[in-house]
Write a protein that binds this ligand. Structure first.
Ligand code: ZN
Length: 166
């Protein structure tokens, strides 16, 4: 709906399946050593601003095995970024950025003596590092107005997000 907001999402070249044998993506789980019905794909998200909300719903969907039914956990592998389920409306996404900035001031934190990004850690703490959503027929099965939003709190940079479907 707002493609400019998803422009920084890309398939990460490396991917994992939780086993020693790489498997052919998408949909082929033949490489799963234990025969389990789980896929674990890493996607990348790049941002342009220090604090930025991006819609990653399509990228998550692309990381799901074809025809999968179950649940999908979207896990952010960082301490200064988060993920939420919210409406991907551009003004609301700006509002979320503004709210985080006003809720958590930029300075005055002890951790800033180490690397100057305590605000980003605290903002990410408020958001959480994962969401779990239902999956039906290989696609996220959410409410009409729900999207999966990645929230960068210490960008711009490239991040990795795991999409674990089971
Ligand atoms: Zn830090």
């Amino acid at each position: 709906m707002f493609p400019h907001r998803a422009a920084g999402v890309f398939r990460y070249p490396g991917r994992r399946c939780g086993c020693d044998t790489p498997f052919s993506w998408p949909g082929d789980r033949s490489g799963m050593a234990d025969g389990s019905d789980v896929s674990d794909v890493t996607i990348g998200v790049s941002t342009d601003e220090r604090l930025e909300v991006r819609d990653v719903t399509d990228a998550v969907a692309a990381g799901l095995p074809a025809g999968a039914n179950g649940t999908c956990t979207v896990f952010v592998e960082h301490t200064t970024a988060g993920v939420v389920v919210q409406e991907a409306e551009s003004r609301l996404m700006d509002d979320i950025e503004d709210a985080l900035a006003s809720l958590v001031p930029d300075d005055g934190w002890r951790h800033d003596g180490l690397d100057g990004n305590a605000d980003a850690h605290v903002r990410a703490t408020l958001l959480g590092e994962h969401v779990t959503v239902p999956v039906s027929d290989g696609a996220p099965d959410m409410g009409t107005w729900q999207s999966i939003l990645f929230v960068e709190c210490d960008g711009p940079r490239e991040r990795t997000v795991r999409v674990i479907c089971e």
